[in-house]
Design a binder for this molecule. Structure first.
Ligand code: FMN
Ligand code: FE2
Ligand code: FE2
Length: 400
């Protein structure tokens, strides 16, 4: 068990690392685990901010006991977000500290009743309400739908800590260091984008609303419920989140393709060559049968261009490509330019279906859409290169 770590005077990180769960929310892979951050404020009153998933309960309780000492009890449990990765330990804590008030908003109270049957001892706060703890107070900022309806943040008055819930958080355990200046932050930035694009991105407009509200708040430390605590460069993660939620993209292209017998794969290689010929270095090629979709969606969120390739399979797009398209639809990715290619055996269908997908999603198409009957011939390979060149030029022109 990692011990409690001071974040500021009398504010402690009491989170836990989880290296056992393979798939977060039963879908997103965790190659380097995940952590559930929880914070304890020991002022005249004691406040616990969020809890951890119930599988990590025993280590968590030990850490809480050690940090509280024999005398002190928890007065308030603040719930910024009720998803069970943070609220799983609430029922047990309620039993240990029966007098503890649970603080949330109207939606939190409703969900607490439905999820855990907890109906009493809940204090409902409104946007802008403050909770005095002694020297410190917490001001609540309701940020609904980032990414559940009850999500809220709180700002601590003395050290200017923003307890942000899932916002600004990502995958990966905190291996020793817990701050942005004490761990390999580039890795975490990638994982925060993977978390954002796959879990929060659909609600980008609500994130933008929250970002607007944060402009009036002085923040020196960002303390999310997953991933590093930002104390050296809090402005860095706030700026990244602002850009991601405005769909701002970097100059680069993702090629996502499916291929059973390499015809479509050869077309993908040719498109990549075309991009490179035009001097584009940021090219990420994903075989949808190999890369987990969460990494593909992350890269699509990062880069301006997307090129999709699929064979026709039972008159349709290849199933795993179809699954990527459905997820893209759900995540409501915007402001991207898309190119398309595919191979078929007799009647085709995949290229047409992908073209329709792009048009229905309001994304922009780059020509030519290339279709090859079985193995692509030299002309079709050249067309794929041309698609790559056109895409690179388009991206360059649109970002100048
Ligand atoms: C299970 C299966 C189903 C297929 N269904 C169709 C189809 O409905 N229509 C069609 O035109 N081609 C169909 N094909 C042919 C493939 O689209 C064609 O072989 C293509 O070149 C495969 O590309 P790949 O080498 O990139 O996998 C099918 C092939 C397989 C193996
Ligand atoms: Fe969540
Ligand atoms: Fe979470």
């Amino acid at each position: 068990m990692q011990s409690a770590v001071p974040v500021s005077d009398s504010v402690y990180w009491v989170g836990v690392n989880d290296r056992r769960t393979a798939l977060f929310e039963a879908i997103w892979p965790l190659p380097r685990g995940v952590c559930y951050n929880s914070y304890l404020i020991l002022d005249r009153k004691v406040a616990l901010l969020d809890t951890v998933k119930e599988i990590s309960l025993s280590g968590y309780l030990e850490k809480l006991k050690e940090t509280l000492g024999p005398e002190r009890k928890i007065d308030y449990l603040i719930i910024h977000h009720l998803e069970p990765d943070h609220s799983g330990s609430v029922p047990v804590l309620r039993e240990i500290f029966p007098q503890m008030k649970i603080v949330g908003n109207k939606k939190t109270a409703e969900f607490l009743g439905r999820l855990y049957g907890i109906k009493h001892g809940v204090e409902v706060v409104q946007d802008g309400d403050e909770l005095e703890l002694g020297k410190r107070k917490l001001k609540f900022l309701l940020t609904p739908m980032v990414h559940w309806p009850e999500t809220m943040m709180s700002c601590e008055s003395a050290a200017k800590i923003l307890f942000s819930g899932d916002a600004f958080g990502g995958f990966g355990t905190l291996d020793g260091g817990i701050f942005d200046d004490t761990l390999d932050i580039a890795y975490f930035e990638d994982e925060i984008l993977r978390y954002f694009s796959n879990i929060v991105g659909r609600y980008a407009s609500m994130v933008q609303k929250a970002m607007t509200r944060l402009k009036d708040v002085q923040v020196k430390i960002v303390a999310p419920t997953h991933g590093p605590i930002w104390r050296k460069h809090p402005e860095r993660i706030i700026d990244l989140y602002d850009r991601w939620s405005r769909y701002e993209a970097e100059e680069g292209v993702v090629i996502a393709y499916a291929s059973m017998y390499r015809s479509t794969e050869r077309m993908a290689e040719a498109a990549a060559e075309g991009l490179s010929e035009q001097g584009l270095a940021a090219v990420r090629v994903h075989n949808v049968s190999q890369s987990h979709v969460s990494y593909i969606i992350r890269d699509i969120w990062r880069y301006k261009g997307l090129i999709l390739g699929s064979p026709t399979y039972d008159t349709k797009v290849f199933p795993l490509m179809d699954s990527l398209l459905r997820l893209l639809e759900t995540k409501m990715v915007k402001k991207r330019v898309v190119g398309i290619f595919g191979s078929y055996g007799w009647a085709g269908g995949a290229v047409k279906a992908m073209t329709e997908f792009v048009k229905n999603s309001g994304l922009e198409l780059v020509e030519p859409a290339v279709e090859a009957k079985f193995a692509p011939d030299a002309g079709e390979i050249e067309q794929c290169r041309q698609l790559g060149r056109n895409m690179a030029r388009y991206i360059r022109e649109s970002s100048t």
